[in-house]
Design a protein around this ligand. Structure first.
Ligand SMILES: O=C(O)c1cc(C(=O)O)c2c(n1)C(=O)C(=O)c1cc(C(=O)O)[nH]c1-2
Length: 231
Protein backbone atom coordinates (compact mmCIF):
# COMPACT_ATOMS: atom_id res chain seq x y z
CA UNK A 1 0.00 0.00 0.00
CA UNK A 2 1.25 3.47 -0.80
CA UNK A 3 2.13 5.65 2.16
CA UNK A 4 -0.31 8.45 3.02
CA UNK A 5 0.84 11.93 2.06
CA UNK A 6 1.84 14.08 5.01
CA UNK A 7 -1.57 15.80 4.91
CA UNK A 8 -3.50 12.53 4.75
CA UNK A 9 -1.45 11.07 7.60
CA UNK A 10 -2.02 14.12 9.81
CA UNK A 11 -5.75 13.97 9.03
CA UNK A 12 -5.82 10.29 10.09
CA UNK A 13 -4.12 11.17 13.37
CA UNK A 14 -6.46 14.09 14.06
CA UNK A 15 -9.51 11.94 13.32
CA UNK A 16 -8.52 9.68 16.22
CA UNK A 17 -8.73 12.61 18.62
CA UNK A 18 -12.08 13.75 17.30
CA UNK A 19 -13.53 10.27 17.78
CA UNK A 20 -12.07 9.16 21.09
CA UNK A 21 -10.06 11.78 23.01
CA UNK A 22 -11.12 12.11 26.66
CA UNK A 23 -12.83 15.48 26.12
CA UNK A 24 -15.81 13.26 25.20
CA UNK A 25 -15.72 11.25 28.43
CA UNK A 26 -18.80 11.70 30.68
CA UNK A 27 -16.58 12.55 33.67
CA UNK A 28 -15.00 15.44 31.75
CA UNK A 29 -18.43 16.54 30.52
CA UNK A 30 -19.65 16.60 34.13
CA UNK A 31 -16.58 18.56 35.22
CA UNK A 32 -17.29 21.22 32.61
CA UNK A 33 -20.99 21.38 33.46
CA UNK A 34 -20.13 22.01 37.13
CA UNK A 35 -21.61 18.70 38.28
CA UNK A 36 -18.66 17.28 40.22
CA UNK A 37 -18.75 17.25 44.01
CA UNK A 38 -15.66 18.41 45.89
CA UNK A 39 -14.94 14.76 46.71
CA UNK A 40 -15.10 13.77 43.03
CA UNK A 41 -12.84 16.64 42.03
CA UNK A 42 -10.33 15.61 44.68
CA UNK A 43 -10.50 12.00 43.47
CA UNK A 44 -9.66 13.09 39.94
CA UNK A 45 -6.74 15.32 41.03
CA UNK A 46 -5.33 12.62 43.28
CA UNK A 47 -5.53 9.85 40.68
CA UNK A 48 -4.34 12.01 37.79
CA UNK A 49 -1.25 12.76 39.89
CA UNK A 50 -0.17 9.17 39.24
CA UNK A 51 -0.30 9.92 35.49
CA UNK A 52 1.63 13.17 36.00
CA UNK A 53 4.50 11.58 37.94
CA UNK A 54 4.84 8.88 35.30
CA UNK A 55 5.08 11.28 32.33
CA UNK A 56 8.81 11.99 32.82
CA UNK A 57 9.39 8.26 33.43
CA UNK A 58 7.88 7.23 30.09
CA UNK A 59 9.64 10.14 28.36
CA UNK A 60 12.94 8.88 29.82
CA UNK A 61 12.32 5.45 28.26
CA UNK A 62 11.70 7.13 24.90
CA UNK A 63 14.87 9.22 25.33
CA UNK A 64 17.02 6.07 25.43
CA UNK A 65 15.72 4.99 22.02
CA UNK A 66 15.87 8.19 19.98
CA UNK A 67 18.18 7.93 16.96
CA UNK A 68 20.69 10.70 17.73
CA UNK A 69 21.93 13.39 20.10
CA UNK A 70 20.08 16.22 18.38
CA UNK A 71 16.74 14.46 18.97
CA UNK A 72 17.68 13.58 22.56
CA UNK A 73 18.58 17.22 23.27
CA UNK A 74 15.11 18.33 22.16
CA UNK A 75 13.30 15.49 23.93
CA UNK A 76 14.95 16.06 27.30
CA UNK A 77 12.96 19.27 27.71
CA UNK A 78 9.83 17.15 28.05
CA UNK A 79 11.33 15.58 31.16
CA UNK A 80 12.41 18.85 32.77
CA UNK A 81 9.03 20.45 31.95
CA UNK A 82 7.56 17.99 34.48
CA UNK A 83 10.44 17.38 36.89
CA UNK A 84 11.68 20.98 36.85
CA UNK A 85 15.31 22.07 37.21
CA UNK A 86 17.37 23.58 40.02
CA UNK A 87 16.12 27.00 38.88
CA UNK A 88 12.65 26.37 37.46
CA UNK A 89 9.65 24.65 39.03
CA UNK A 90 8.22 21.74 37.02
CA UNK A 91 4.71 20.59 36.21
CA UNK A 92 4.62 17.97 38.97
CA UNK A 93 5.16 20.65 41.59
CA UNK A 94 2.41 22.74 39.99
CA UNK A 95 0.11 19.72 40.16
CA UNK A 96 0.90 19.44 43.89
CA UNK A 97 -0.37 23.01 44.21
CA UNK A 98 -3.55 22.02 42.37
CA UNK A 99 -3.86 19.20 44.90
CA UNK A 100 -3.47 21.62 47.78
CA UNK A 101 -6.11 23.88 46.22
CA UNK A 102 -8.60 20.99 46.36
CA UNK A 103 -7.67 20.02 49.92
CA UNK A 104 -5.05 17.30 49.44
CA UNK A 105 -1.66 17.28 51.11
CA UNK A 106 1.62 16.61 49.34
CA UNK A 107 1.97 13.38 51.33
CA UNK A 108 -1.48 12.21 50.26
CA UNK A 109 -0.61 12.83 46.61
CA UNK A 110 2.70 10.98 46.82
CA UNK A 111 1.12 8.08 48.72
CA UNK A 112 0.50 6.09 45.54
CA UNK A 113 -0.86 3.07 47.46
CA UNK A 114 -4.24 4.80 47.30
CA UNK A 115 -4.26 5.06 43.49
CA UNK A 116 -7.31 3.31 42.02
CA UNK A 117 -6.48 -0.08 40.43
CA UNK A 118 -7.88 0.93 37.03
CA UNK A 119 -5.78 4.11 37.02
CA UNK A 120 -2.68 2.16 37.98
CA UNK A 121 -3.26 -0.39 35.21
CA UNK A 122 -3.85 2.32 32.61
CA UNK A 123 -0.81 4.41 33.54
CA UNK A 124 1.45 1.36 33.89
CA UNK A 125 0.28 0.21 30.45
CA UNK A 126 1.29 3.59 29.01
CA UNK A 127 4.75 3.46 30.60
CA UNK A 128 5.23 -0.15 29.40
CA UNK A 129 4.14 0.81 25.88
CA UNK A 130 6.78 3.55 25.75
CA UNK A 131 9.37 1.24 27.22
CA UNK A 132 8.88 -1.64 24.80
CA UNK A 133 7.55 -0.25 21.50
CA UNK A 134 9.73 1.28 18.77
CA UNK A 135 10.45 4.96 19.47
CA UNK A 136 8.27 6.20 16.62
CA UNK A 137 5.15 4.55 18.06
CA UNK A 138 6.04 5.66 21.57
CA UNK A 139 6.38 9.26 20.33
CA UNK A 140 3.10 8.97 18.41
CA UNK A 141 1.32 7.90 21.60
CA UNK A 142 2.13 11.32 23.11
CA UNK A 143 0.20 13.01 20.28
CA UNK A 144 -2.97 13.19 22.37
CA UNK A 145 -1.28 16.48 23.28
CA UNK A 146 -2.51 17.76 19.90
CA UNK A 147 -6.03 17.66 21.27
CA UNK A 148 -5.30 18.97 24.76
CA UNK A 149 -5.16 22.80 24.28
CA UNK A 150 -8.89 23.21 23.52
CA UNK A 151 -9.77 21.06 26.51
CA UNK A 152 -7.36 22.86 28.86
CA UNK A 153 -8.61 26.33 27.82
CA UNK A 154 -12.19 25.25 28.48
CA UNK A 155 -11.16 23.60 31.75
CA UNK A 156 -9.63 26.83 33.09
CA UNK A 157 -12.77 28.83 32.27
CA UNK A 158 -15.34 26.27 33.42
CA UNK A 159 -13.57 25.29 36.64
CA UNK A 160 -13.30 28.94 37.70
CA UNK A 161 -16.97 29.41 36.86
CA UNK A 162 -18.40 26.32 38.57
CA UNK A 163 -16.05 25.55 41.46
CA UNK A 164 -15.57 28.85 43.34
CA UNK A 165 -14.22 26.98 46.37
CA UNK A 166 -11.13 26.09 44.32
CA UNK A 167 -8.47 28.84 44.59
CA UNK A 168 -7.80 29.78 40.96
CA UNK A 169 -4.03 29.88 41.65
CA UNK A 170 -4.31 26.08 41.78
CA UNK A 171 -4.97 26.15 38.01
CA UNK A 172 -1.45 27.39 37.22
CA UNK A 173 -0.53 23.90 35.97
CA UNK A 174 -3.02 24.22 33.11
CA UNK A 175 -2.07 27.82 32.30
CA UNK A 176 1.59 26.85 32.02
CA UNK A 177 0.79 23.79 29.87
CA UNK A 178 -1.05 26.07 27.45
CA UNK A 179 2.15 28.09 26.94
CA UNK A 180 4.30 24.93 26.57
CA UNK A 181 2.02 22.93 24.32
CA UNK A 182 2.35 24.76 20.96
CA UNK A 183 6.10 23.97 20.83
CA UNK A 184 5.51 20.39 22.06
CA UNK A 185 2.88 19.81 19.38
CA UNK A 186 5.12 21.14 16.59
CA UNK A 187 7.94 18.93 17.89
CA UNK A 188 5.79 15.76 18.02
CA UNK A 189 4.20 16.41 14.62
CA UNK A 190 7.59 17.04 13.01
CA UNK A 191 9.10 13.86 14.45
CA UNK A 192 6.21 11.59 13.53
CA UNK A 193 5.34 13.01 10.09
CA UNK A 194 9.00 13.03 9.00
CA UNK A 195 9.91 9.58 10.27
CA UNK A 196 6.87 7.40 9.55
CA UNK A 197 7.69 6.69 5.92
CA UNK A 198 5.88 3.46 5.10
CA UNK A 199 2.14 2.93 5.31
CA UNK A 200 2.80 0.24 7.93
CA UNK A 201 4.66 2.70 10.14
CA UNK A 202 1.97 5.32 9.65
CA UNK A 203 -0.78 2.88 10.61
CA UNK A 204 1.22 1.76 13.66
CA UNK A 205 1.35 5.44 14.75
CA UNK A 206 -2.42 5.76 14.37
CA UNK A 207 -2.88 2.62 16.48
CA UNK A 208 -0.47 4.01 19.10
CA UNK A 209 -2.59 7.14 19.34
CA UNK A 210 -5.77 5.07 19.68
CA UNK A 211 -4.13 3.08 22.46
CA UNK A 212 -3.21 6.30 24.27
CA UNK A 213 -6.77 7.63 23.96
CA UNK A 214 -7.85 4.39 25.63
CA UNK A 215 -5.36 4.99 28.47
CA UNK A 216 -6.87 8.42 29.17
CA UNK A 217 -10.42 7.08 28.79
CA UNK A 218 -9.80 4.18 31.17
CA UNK A 219 -8.30 6.50 33.75
CA UNK A 220 -11.52 8.52 33.80
CA UNK A 221 -13.69 5.36 33.78
CA UNK A 222 -11.94 4.28 36.98
CA UNK A 223 -12.33 7.70 38.63
CA UNK A 224 -15.96 7.90 37.59
CA UNK A 225 -16.74 4.44 38.93
CA UNK A 226 -15.08 5.06 42.28
CA UNK A 227 -16.14 8.62 42.93
CA UNK A 228 -18.86 9.51 40.45
CA UNK A 229 -22.59 9.30 40.76
CA UNK A 230 -24.09 6.22 39.17
CA UNK A 231 -25.04 7.15 35.62
O1 LIG B 1 -5.19 17.51 31.22
C1 LIG B 1 -5.29 16.90 30.16
O2 LIG B 1 -6.35 16.65 29.61
C2 LIG B 1 -4.02 16.46 29.57
C3 LIG B 1 -4.00 15.46 28.62
C4 LIG B 1 -2.77 15.01 28.14
C5 LIG B 1 -2.83 14.01 27.10
O3 LIG B 1 -3.61 14.22 26.16
O4 LIG B 1 -2.17 12.99 27.17
C6 LIG B 1 -1.58 15.54 28.65
C7 LIG B 1 -1.71 16.58 29.57
N1 LIG B 1 -2.90 17.01 30.02
C8 LIG B 1 -0.56 17.23 30.10
O5 LIG B 1 -0.69 18.17 30.87
C9 LIG B 1 0.73 16.77 29.73
O6 LIG B 1 1.74 17.32 30.18
C10 LIG B 1 0.84 15.69 28.87
C11 LIG B 1 1.96 14.97 28.41
C12 LIG B 1 1.45 13.95 27.68
C13 LIG B 1 2.16 12.83 27.06
O7 LIG B 1 1.51 11.83 26.76
O8 LIG B 1 3.39 12.90 26.91
N2 LIG B 1 0.10 14.04 27.64
C14 LIG B 1 -0.29 15.09 28.35
Amino acid sequence: MRPWSSEEFEAELRAVGEARYHHLHPFNERMHAGDLTEEEFRGWVRNRFFYQINLPVKDAFILTKLPNGAERRKWIKRITDHDGTAEVEGGIERWVRLGEAVGLTRDELYDTRTVLPGVRFAVDAYVDFCRHKPWLEAVASAMTELFAPDLLSRRIVDVQKHYPWLDSRGLEYFRTRLTQQPADIAHLLGLVLDNARTREQQEACVRALEFKCDVLWTLLDAVQLAHGKAE
